[in-house]
Design a protein around this ligand. Structure first.
Ligand SMILES: *Cc1c(COP(=O)(O)O)cnc(C)c1O
Length: 442
């Protein structure tokens, strides 16, 4: 196929498709890359050029593209039962998925509510938290706490607990007021300070706060800001002390991304997590279907579930989405869990090791700072200030067979779980060449 075909799709897309997270007036400068097909970690354009999907297409394609196992599971479900509503009906893929995820928390989070995307899972958790306190007569508990620079999605409720100016500012007048507290950042070494700030807020607003929401271990959308599990352990203790729900948003960091199936598991010391060590809500989306079907999940405790248990309909959680518990999406999620049952975490450990090795030389590069990694997330900050760095890097990387979108001056990899020593070396080289090009041109 030809350059002309490629350009035709670009032109038609810019005319008819309103692209997400994009200023359309500037999209001419960074035209969308028409992708014809995907295979494993590679995406192919209409001219047959290939690109390594280094960010797993916004962190969802855990096993790359067109994975035969996931596709078979969906195909089988497609021929059996593509959809049925989950109110008044139930089906095997939903039940199995709920049971398997509950088992992964040893039953601590034994009740699963389905949403359609990450933002809807956040909305559900906020509503369930508020409503469960209300059902218990604690109607004053209706405030939420989030962390500075945290990201939890972009619908009105989720945006209220998101602190990323570029997504939030225009809509600020519409948003419910949440408390924004200092977030831990290993680059700053401010964990104790962040915990002290949290304690003083929980103390000052005692009896009024419903829940604290956090991204465990890695704040993704703000630029892969990492903190230690010890912060989460202390936060859990604070929330228990002040009787506040803790919502762990594992939409990005769940499903093995950080080295354990749930990032939260890393808060366990040498001993297994006890039921009270888990968050009150745990959210999954993105990777749970491996980039095949939209799905999100809200896992919660017996205590939250019991707060809704009543003969009074209005004390129930009456929330729903049209595609709640879609069987195709559940079948895909079950196929993803099959991988973890078969030892995916061991494979990830080896893969993250290869990434560490391949990128280690970058640590000595004076143009970068804070090379950091947690499992299958690797990031660094580029220190020389470059105008529109992210766009420039993204465009230059295309010439090195790399699809990657930095966040501000932070370059990160969140690759599919398909890394070997060779691809790790390829990625490190492509990133370095792109960096040389972008900084040289600047
Ligand atoms: C992506 C993301 C969301 C929102 O998910 P959507 O599917 O984009 O609505 C929420 N929280 C975190 C941590 C995310 O990374």
């Amino acid at each position: 196929m030809s350059e002309a075909v490629q350009q035709d799709w670009q032109r038609r897309s810019l005319a008819a498709v309103w692209h997400p997270c994009t200023q359309m007036a500037r999209a001419q400068d960074v035209p969308p890359l028409p992708i014809a097909r995907g295979q494993g970690p590679w995406l192919f354009d209409h001219q047959g050029r290939r690109y390594f999907d280094a960010n797993s297409s916004w962190w969802v394609n855990l096993f790359g593209h067109a994975d035969p196992g996931l596709n078979d599971a969906i195909r089988h479900q497609l021929d059996t039962l593509p959809h049925v509503m989950l109110a008044g009906c139930t089906h095997e893929p939903a039940v199995r998925l709920a049971e398997r995820l509950s088992a992964r928390t040893s039953g601590a989070l034994g009740h699963l509510f389905f949403g359609s995307d990450g933002a809807s899972a956040v909305e559900i958790a906020l509503k369930q938290s508020f409503h469960s306190w209300r059902n218990r007569g604690q109607t004053d508990k209706r405030e939420f706490v989030c962390l500075k620079n945290g990201y939890h999605g972009e619908t009105i409720g989720a945006l209220a607990v998101t602190d990323v100016a570029i997504f939030r500012d225009a809509y600020d007048p519409l948003l419910m007021r949440a408390h924004i507290v200092e977030s831990p950042d290993q680059r700053l070494g401010n964990e104790a300070q962040a915990l002290a700030a949290m304690r003083s807020l929980l103390l000052a607003r005692q009896g009024r706060i419903a829940a604290v929401i956090v991204e465990p271990l890695v704040q993704g959308a703000t630029g892969m800001v990492m903190h230690a599990p010890s912060y989460l352990r202390s936060l859990r203790a604070l929330c228990t002390e002040f009787e506040v729900h803790l919502i762990a948003d594992e939409i990005a960091v769940g499903c093995g991304r950080t080295g354990t199936f749930f990032a939260w598991e890393q808060t366990a010391g040498d001993q297994a997590l006890q039921p009270g060590d888990w968050p009150d809500f745990l959210l999954l989306s993105k990777g749970i279907t491996g980039g095949t079907m939209p799905l999100s999940l809200v896992l919660t405790t017996e205590a939250v579930f019991q707060a809704f248990w009543s003969q009074d309909v209005t004390r129930g959680f009456l929330h729903s989405h049209s595609y709640t518990g879609n069987p195709l999406a559940c079948a895909a999620a079950n196929a993803v869990l099959d991988r973890f049952d078969a030892g995916q975490l061991r494979a990830n450990q080896a893969q993250s090791g290869w990434l560490t090795e391949a990128f280690a030389p970058l640590a000595a590069d004076g143009r970068i700072a804070h090379l950091r990694q947690r499992g299958m997330i690797l990031a660094f900050d580029v220190t020389p200030r470059v105008e529109r760095f992210s766009e420039a890097f993204h465009l230059a990387a295309r010439r090195h067979e790399l699809l990657i979108r930095p966040i501000g001056q932070t370059v990160y990899l969140m690759p599919p779980y398909l890394i070997d020593a060779e691809t790790a070396a390829f990625l490190a080289q492509a990133v370095r060449q792109t960096l040389d090009e972008v900084l040289h041109a600047a």
